[in-house]
Design a protein around this ligand. Sequence first.
Ligand code: 8YV
Length: 334
Amino acid sequence: MSHKPRVLVTIPMFAEVLTALAERFEVDAPCGTATPIDWTADSLAARAQGAAGLLVAGSPRIDAALLAAAPSLRAVCSMAVGHNNIDLPACTAAGVLVSNAPDVLTETTADFGFALMMATARRIAESEHFLRAGRWTHWAYDMFAGADVHGATLGVLGMGRIGQAIARRGALGFGMPVIYHNRSRLDGAIEQQLGARWVDKATLLREADHLVIVVPYSPASHHLVAAADLALMKPSATLTNIARGGVVDDAALAQALRARTIAAAGLDVFEGEPSVHPDLLTVPNVVMTPHIASASLRTRRAMADLAAANLAAALSGQQPPTALNPQVLPLRPA
Ligand code: 8YV
């Protein structure tokens, strides 16, 4: 009887994806379709014993200690584009293939980033709470008056695939002049197509009416937007973060919002999520969502399918579609 390699699915997963994986693998899916697990380093290492592959998302943390504790691992495939939870050099050193799930989530995530920016600028959440609380009794010319989005300057921090998709929405759909800051400049033809202008970070912060943060998280981008950066922004400006919590100093942001040195913020990601900085919970001018920017069912399914395809390819000696360290191929046998 042929022996199927074991894969551990660390997150709740679509039933159809589990069924497809089961054709090739012995599938260990302790979360089933709906029960998330708060993994600790120890519980994950124990459960990963003997597994050849892991299917993960933006968590849990995959590091050298886990790889040492579970030496059978050969592939770690994530259904997230951001892979700051995975120690890529450690995986590469251990000969473990890592993949992420780019592209399939770009447009859905950009839709959400734009929606969150609009909700922030036009005070949609704040005014809905007001209505639900039964406080709507009269009309006033300045009732929940916010900032215009159309024609305002869109600032994009991090001009990768999602940043470009947001810039396109702003430029083509809303007539927004677009400025951006990124370590590397876009190709001139793409800049022209997006009508986007590269500026240094300080200029971006000073000139943006609506700043959208889409930069990957790494030690280099930790608190890329901190108190001194927030101080450069216009008092009428909004800040939207759909990147990772650690990119913005949440305590400094809460202070800026309370002091109204910026007008409002839209946050889908938080330092230490799912915990949210208590100061953010007490300021009214922030719209907060629980890290759902990629959450349309169609996109989440495409992300899961891509992670499963990476796992299947990696463990059968083929080229995974979106490998981050293809230099480890071919993998050592199970
Ligand atoms: C995911 C994300 O929902 O892809 C990413 O990097 O942040 C989100 O799309 C999350 O990481 C879980 O998959």
